[in-house]
Design a protein around this ligand. Structure first.
Ligand code: SF4
Length: 261
């Protein structure tokens, strides 16, 4: 489950565990002042950072597996290191941490978006910071990624603050794309899958040599911009593998090699 973590108190953690939901992704956008400027409540500026930080401690106590995502652009990348220090100081460095790529889904004037081809360098730089603050760094080795996102799956839903249900997180707030509301009794979901895998296999992706790694990219963006926004692995596979080999060699030497996991 992906959540902003704001309401993740003891009771909810227990409920999630009863429901067998053990893996959660929570996003923090940097140190408190950077995070709070981006992640406001509807009623104004509040310290959402510290509420989420306290909730992360509860999640840790409840043994939930938490993946912390830091969505970055050129403005908050520098803050990601300060965030790692705060998490370390709060004894939260057993969680997985990864960078997320901010995309412009809504044609807003976002001049701070990182170019996709540069994002990998940010990840490499971030990996070194993870080690510095005692976190596990992420493996650069490509993984098979069967579905790009939940919009391909029958069992994945995005819930808006008012209970409206969507298939694609880029549609949030666009009422016409909503497929129901969780507050309605006897809810019948109108549409189970937004995209079909044939959509990938009938495109240029079918002959791409990294297809199972990328799975066709974001269908929403493709339909909007007619651009596949191809994976970095398509262009830099060799360099990435070389980088991974160097990283593994270092880990073997310092005894932290984890056999590619
Ligand atoms: S890298 Fe591009 S062409 Fe290859 S599978 Fe991904 S989106 Fe399709």
């Amino acid at each position: 489950m992906i959540t902003n973590g704001y309401l993740l108190n003891n009771k909810l953690c227990e409920t999630l565990k009863k429901l067998n939901i053990n893996n959660i992704q929570i996003t923090l956008d940097g140190e408190p002042k950077v995070h709070n400027a981006r992640r406001k409540l509807r009623n104004g500026n509040q310290d959402t950072f510290n509420v989420i930080l306290e909730n992360l401690k509860i999640a840790k106590k409840e043994n939930l597996n938490v993946n912390i995502r830091i969505n970055i652009d050129t403005n908050n990348f520098i803050s990601s290191e300060r965030l790692l220090k705060i998490l370390q100081d709060n004894d939260l460095n057993n969680f997985n941490i990864d960078l997320g790529y901010i995309e412009n889904f809504n044609d807003l004037n976002c001049s701070n978006i990182i170019k996709k081809k540069d994002f990998f360098n940010y990840r490499l730089n971030f990996n070194n910071k993870l080690l510095k603050y005692g976190f596990k760094n992420s493996n650069l080795y490509p993984k098979q990624n069967i579905l790009f996102c939940g919009a391909y799956s029958e069992q994945s839903f995005v819930i808006n603050w008012n209970g409206d249900i969507y298939k694609c997180w880029s549609d949030i707030g666009n009422k016409k794309s909503s497929i129901g509301n969780i507050n309605i009794n006897n809810l019948k979901i109108l549409e189970n899958k937004k995209y079909d895998l044939n959509y990938i296999f009938q495109s240029e992706c079918s002959s791409c040599n990294i297809l199972p790694i990328c799975s066709g990219g974001c269908p929403h963006l493709y339909l909007k911009e007619n651009d596949r926004n191809c994976s970095i692995y398509k262009f830099k596979l060799k360099e990435i593998l070389q980088e991974q080999i160097l990283k593994s060699e270092k880990e073997v030497k310092n005894g932290s090699y984890n056999n590619g996991k």
